[in-house]
Design a protein around this ligand. Sequence first.
Ligand code: SF4
Length: 368
Amino acid sequence: MPILEAYGPTTARGPALRPASPRPLSHAARKFGVLPRPTLEWNAEVERETAPLYGRIKDVVPPVEWPFFAPYVKAINALKKERDAVILAHNYQTPEIYNCVADFVGDSLQLAREATKVNAKVIIQAGVHFMAETAKILNPDKTVLIPDSRAGCSLAEAITADDIRLLRERFPGVPVVSYVNTSAEVKAESDICCTSANALQVVESLGSERVIFLPDEYLAKYVASQTTVKIIAWKGHCEVHERFTGDELRKYRESDPSIQIIAHPECPPDVLAEADYTGSTSGMVQWVRDRRPRRVVMVTECSMADNVKVEAPDVEFVRPCNLCPHMKRITLPKILDSLLNMEEEVVVDPAIAEKARRAVERMIHLKS
Ligand code: SF4
């Protein structure tokens, strides 16, 4: 079914910059206190204690870099216990975060599900701001921190709650499905959320002939190609996935006809037309686990190939390397600072959180 209509800005608005001026202590810092900075020294003890962790990532992190990372890894893992904290890390985080300090890893849907099961007092989101907001929405009584609140997302910045209210006026009675890559205010105005892993299932679960699906135009087009439900889309784009082109993938295929191409549905249609498999990041990980291809082009954020390589060392990953600048704001030094200073605390207005929670939980409780 071709997409019905698409509304909105033709380019993403880009992440909102927050002021960098010194702020007063957060509520979390006052509640938990600020801890002194540990010694961050590379020595024989640190090398011995972190050797098993380095063993996991040695194929993707050169030995020359480990003496910088290892003292942070040791300090962060000790501080997590002291703070009763867990780290949720998205698939696009760098290997030393994903493999060495994270407690739970996955895509947006997996992290949202994990966030409902967390027992710790503190959640650190190694990901972007909308993910930290989702964790807070699902855990209103826990302290949620993001190591750098400037870690935004071009999709989340592409639409506002006012935009949704206007769409509802234009299409009365048509349900609104929002990708989780949206702000809490947008989720609060939506009937249900979705991720790229369950977008088709969510759209079809509503029993409606037409659905407003936002903000990702390309994901909307992909869903529209898989269903008879008419999709009303929004013109938001992921600034990372929209950079891939069908041309570059055809060149990979020409140079090696046996190469496999797997792509994320946030990519433009000409990219998906070249793919042997289209799926969410969790879908791509599973595809590699099941198929064990000899060579694969993973058409998504660059770090993900490094993280999958750790568990599939026999697979050769070809990386058309597009980095997400927002995901890359999260680093080991910032995670350490976050644990020491209990910054930056994620706060969501309780009235908005309650409405947004309904949309997120409705998605989580859909039977898979
Ligand atoms: S990769 Fe794209 S969708 Fe994901 S956080 Fe970055 S800008 Fe947003």
